[in-house]
Design a protein around this ligand. Structure first.
Ligand code: NDP
Length: 447
């Protein structure tokens, strides 16, 4: 490892040893960059790594709100504005009880490189709260969102920071957050993406992360003269990303056989078709139910309480779409023993470093989330463009743009990997291609 890289990493580990997910993400990216730092002293001279691993700004605030019994609840709110070298901060809001600063720093850091890869002018950020929308009434979710935005509105704006959804933040939450922003600012700004179509949203934005991930998987398979058609696929999660990953797999002739949530997984050996997927959409988006209900509705399926889908059935493709570190080394080995030839990440950092080592030694195709799930934020960028010109593009136009962006990310990652001596390594390729653009903007803009 390059000495400068090693020193920055060591320093980071000694300063915040408890931020495990952030250190994991930083170590992965910085390790890839050793070869770039070796080849050009300009980055070390400008202290680029030290500046990249520290967010430009972190906002932390209390979020008091009243539950349906009239009792006051208090949550913690955050926005991590990581890097604005190539555009306004852009990245989702996550509402989940596990949220803490280390997790949001990892997500914001990844977002910087991901947004750079999309080729659109977006910096990186992330935010959220340890609030859990599960089991809350619409009234409680609205109260919470109002209070959250009552503070956040002063730190964001169409040219400053444009948040979006993530785990626990879907169309309902974006609606409440946008309404409160508008009331606080008296201005109809393009300040959130993931809006509903009727009031500034983009066609294909809900589909974009899942569709984009399957497009990326197609590109990877095409390098081997292969395609997703006819292949069996394991998908985890049953939220936004999982739903549209399953839909695109069906459309392209693959056979998705699993879905999951934080309670367990279902395996349907007959495959999830469009009708069964419609059941999942309704179950998760309207009824807010649990995935176990799928197995009650469709007796061909089996429910595995407390289990992730990896290795529960034979499958050539794995598209993790739930959360970070959901595939460990044992899961990765089980995938490969069951015929897996490709892992393409819909979630952010779903594979542990040990799992990635297993993929590498088995020489399977592996795409890190910052490349393969970038379709979501790319289409958010397209939503911002449409808002700015006050026009809406058709479904076909946005899908075509998304498809092209995914092709370009794939091409740029492969080219960067080859240029720096690791052909076919999408992790190195994505990190290097993402880094170079942000670093040169930082150098050009001084300090
Ligand atoms: P949703 O909230 O819509 O769905 C998340 C899904 O993952 C749910 O099925 C949820 O189950 C499950 N899940 C969440 N946490 C855990 C956990 N700790 N263990 C097991 N299952 C869990 O979120 P999204 O689909 O939007 O996001 C999924 C992943 O994709 C995240 O990693 C996110 O960062 C990433 N991503 C999302 C993008 C987007 O556009 N939405 C863009 C790029 C990346 P349950 O309902 O039980 O909580």
């Amino acid at each position: 490892m390059n000495k400068y890289v090693a020193k920055v990493l060591e320093d980071l580990k000694s300063k915040q040893p408890w931020e495990k997910e952030f250190l994991q993400a930083a170590e992965e990216v910085l390790s890839s960059l050793s070869v770039v730092l070796d080849s050009d002293p300009i980055y070390e001279k400008n202290k680029i790594l030290e500046r990249m691993v520290v967010p430009e700004r972190i906002i932390m605030f209390q979020v008091p709100w009243a539950d349906d019994k009239g009792e006051i609840q208090v949550n913690q709110g955050y926005r991590v504005q990581f890097n604005s070298a190539i555009g306004p901060y852009k990245g989702g809001l996550r509402f989940h009880p596990s949220v803490n600063l280390g997790i949001l720093k990892f997500l914001g850091f990844e977002q910087v490189f991901k947004n750079s890869l999309t080729t659109l002018p977006m910096g990186g950020g992330k935010g959220g709260s340890n609030f859990d929308p599960k089991g809350k009434s619409d009234n409680e979710v609205r109260n919470f969102c109002n209070s959250f935005m009552r503070e956040l509105y002063r730190h964001i704006g169409p040219n400053t920071d444009v948040p979006a959804g993530d785990i626990g933040v879907g169309g309902r939450e974006i609606g409440y957050l946008f309404g409160q922003y508008k009331r606080c600012k008296n201005s109809y700004d393009s300040v959130l993406t993931g809006k509903a179509l009727e009031w500034g949203g983009s066609l294909i934005r809900p589909e974009a992360t899942g569709y984009g991930n399957v497009y990326f998987a197609q590109e990877m398979l095409a390098t081997k003269g292969d395609s997703v058609a006819g292949k069996t696929a394991l998908v985890s999660g049953s939220g936004n990303v999982a739903q549209y990953t399953i839909e695109k797999l069906i459309q392209l002739g693959a056979k998705p056989i699993s879905a999951s949530d934080s309670n367990g997984s279902i395996i349907d050996p007959d495959g999830i078709d469009q009708e069964k997927l419609a059941f999942i959409f309704d179950l998760k988006n309207n009824k807010r139910g649990r995935i176990s209900e799928y197995a009650k509705k469709y007796p061909t399926a089996k429910y595995y309480e407390g289990k992730r889908p990896w290795g529960l059935a034979k499958a050539e493709l794995a598209l993790p779409s739930a959360t970070q570190n959901e595939i460990d080394a044992d899961n990765a080995k089980a995938l490969i023993e069951n015929g897996c030839i490709l892992v393409s990440e819909g979630a952010n950092m779903p594979s542990t470093p040990e799992a990635i080592e297993v993929y590498k030694s088995a020489k399977i195709l592996y795409a890190p989330g910052k490349a393969s799930n970038a379709g979501g934020v790319a289409t958010s960028g397209l939503e911002m463009s449409q808002n700015a010109i006050r026009l809406s593009w058709t479904r076909e136009e946005v899908d075509e743009k998304l498809h092209n962006i995914m092709r370009n990310i794939h091409k740029n990652a492969l080219e960067a990997a080859a240029e720096y001596g690791t052909p076919g390594d999408y992790v190195n390729g994505a990190n290097i291609a993402g880094f170079k653009k942000v670093a040169s903007a930082m150098i050009a803009q001084g300090f």
